[in-house]
Design a protein around this ligand. Structure first.
Ligand code: SF4
Length: 312
């Protein structure tokens, strides 16, 4: 277990947490560390448990990704995937099982709405399942799926495999939903999105994909294409980062890494003192935060108006 250390690393989601609330960032990346151990202090165990709680929207996204991953992993291995309707039905059934386990208090499957006793009308749970059904139906009927079905096995690259590369001596984690090499040797990276197509800035995330792919498969960055596939609508955004955009995204990632390193007591040990990570004063953020139970109990934040919470 000598290598099992809480090393500092970078990811787009870590950057998001760092920018939103430093205390939530500390809970997530430091306070939760070791909380899986039965001998850990109670607060540490609670932080770890809350880290793994997810909202119904995050859960829906995860369920869709798992189904797509199963289908593509089978295709890649030359195994005929389940018929689309059977795969969708099995996914919805697994959602029912997971929902029941969450409601019964299962810590591995816990949903925010159950954890915080947020009233959710049945219609909203059904809409969540319908969203999953719609995303998966889109996945199976996209021309892209047919294209992937006929892809020769030697052109598949990675499907949902957690990988990393080094930047500023820090590990940057990437997980490509799917990737393959075209006939002409270029790299295509596919990223499933289950939210609505919005004007979100994905440049840092795409830059990590491009840098990873370029190092991993030895192609120039301009030969890496990213396809953002919005499964709720079927819209596909195809992106190639030009050198200037890639450099700008890279510089933002480097700045983000430096900011994170400045907050730790020592980059070598990656120890971080909780008092250096203040709670944010933002009811909007706190209402949807996994750690609000702790912050409220410890009076780090104001009492939250329950009504907006109920609309989570
Ligand atoms: S409840 Fe608010 S202050 Fe506390 S960790 Fe979450 S976002 Fe930060």
């Amino acid at each position: 277990m000598a290598d099992f250390r809480n090393d500092i690393s970078w990811s787009k989601s870590r950057d998001g947490k760092f920018r939103e609330c430093l205390r939530a960032y500390w809970f997530h990346y430091y306070g939760s560390w070791g909380g899986w151990d039965a001998a850990a202090p109670d607060r540490n165990k609670e932080i770890y448990r809350l880290k793994n709680v997810r909202s119904k929207e995050m859960w829906a996204g995860d369920v869709v990704h798992r189904c797509c991953e199963r289908a593509l992993t089978n295709l890649r291995r030359g195994i005929e995937p389940l018929d689309p309707q059977a795969a969708i039905d099995a996914t919805i059934q697994s959602m029912r099982d997971e929902w029941a386990r969450s409601r019964s208090g299962d810590v591995k499957e816990r949903l925010t709405e159950h954890e915080y006793a947020i009233p959710v009308p049945d219609a909203q749970w059904r809409a969540n399942a319908e969203h999953v059904r719609r995303c998966l139906a889109t996945f199976y009927r996209l021309p892209l799926y047919e294209q992937l079905r006929s892809l020769p096995s030697d052109r598949w690259l990675e499907v949902e495999s957690l990988q990393s590369f080094e930047l500023e001596n820090v590990k940057v984690f990437v997980k490509l939903d799917a990737s393959y090499r075209t006939e002409s040797g270029e790299i295509v990276i596919i990223d499933w999105k289950t939210g609505r197509a919005r004007g979100d800035d994905h440049s840092m995330q795409i830059a990590t994909y491009v840098l990873y792919a370029s190092q991993r498969w030895g192609v120039p960055p301009e030969q890496v294409e990213t396809q953002l596939v919005y499964l709720a609508s079927g819209e596909i955004q195809t992106l190639r980062l030009e050198k200037r955009a890639l450099d700008a995204a890279l510089s933002r990632i480097q700045n983000s890494i430096r900011d994170m390193l400045q907050k730790v007591d020592s980059p070598e040990s990656n120890a971080a003192s909780e008092e250096d990570f203040p709670a944010v004063d933002s009811p909007r953020l706190c209402r949807r935060c996994n750690y609000r139970r702790i912050c409220l109990r410890e009076k780090l934040i104001r009492e939250l108006d329950p009504s907006p919470t109920a609309r989570l």
